[in-house]
Write a protein that binds this ligand. Structure first.
Ligand code: S3P
Length: 174
């Protein structure tokens, strides 16, 4: 163990949760998905919370959860796609973790996301692909500056992506 958490950031559909679970198995770490922890705190599904309380309220809870997870050790942490838009989240995650950005092309993201109605930021879009491209363009600088390492998962199975990430993580030193 290199003493740091392994933190996966990136847009929805890039594989953070599915690949993160496999990375945790390979490393013998505990897997935590920040969205799942948020749902434990709020007691309902994230889309419902977005509708009833709004995005700002969601981002406040997300910040509390990220701070709590970053303070622990021996974790693989999959973050929500918007978590690194908050610089305090980035600072907390980078201070204790090796931050790996997962990327994928907009088409691959759309295919993996499947039903866009379950994704609050895509649900109302008449053209989900255009919305994905727009959000990606706005977020790209935040993603790249938050990351220590990047892996494009577009052409990888989750197993291959996990192997690659674990290899890069093991080589990583600050
Ligand atoms: C969000 C992504 C979601 C979830 C919330 C907001 C975003 O997580 O945190 O719906 O802002 O991109 P995933 O990236 O795990 O889908």
């Amino acid at each position: 163990m290199n003493g740091r958490n392994l933190v996966l950031i990136g847009f929805m559909g890039t594989g953070k949760s599915s690949v993160g679970r496999l990375c945790a198995q390979r490393l013998g770490y505990t897997f935590r998905d920040s969205d799942a922890v948020i749902e434990e705190h709020i007691g309902c599904a994230i889309p419902q919370f977005f509708t009833e309380q709004g995005e700002e309220a969601f981002r406040r809870i997300e910040h509390e959860v990220i701070t709590e997870l970053a303070a622990a050790s021996g974790l693989v942490i999959a973050t929500g796609g918007g978590a690194v838009m908050n610089e305090n989240n980035v600072a907390a995650l980078r201070s204790t973790g090796c931050v790996v950005l997962l990327t994928a092309t907009p088409i691959v993201i759309l295919r993996r996301v499947g039903n866009t109605r379950s994704r609050p930021l895509l649900a109302s879009a008449s053209d989900p692909l255009a919305r994905i491209k727009e959000l990606l363009a706005a977020r790209e600088p935040f993603y790249t500056s938050a990351a220590h390492i990047q892996v494009n998962t577009s052409l990888m199975t989750r197993e291959v992506a996990a192997d690659k990430i674990v290899e890069l993580y093991r080589e990583f030193e600050v």
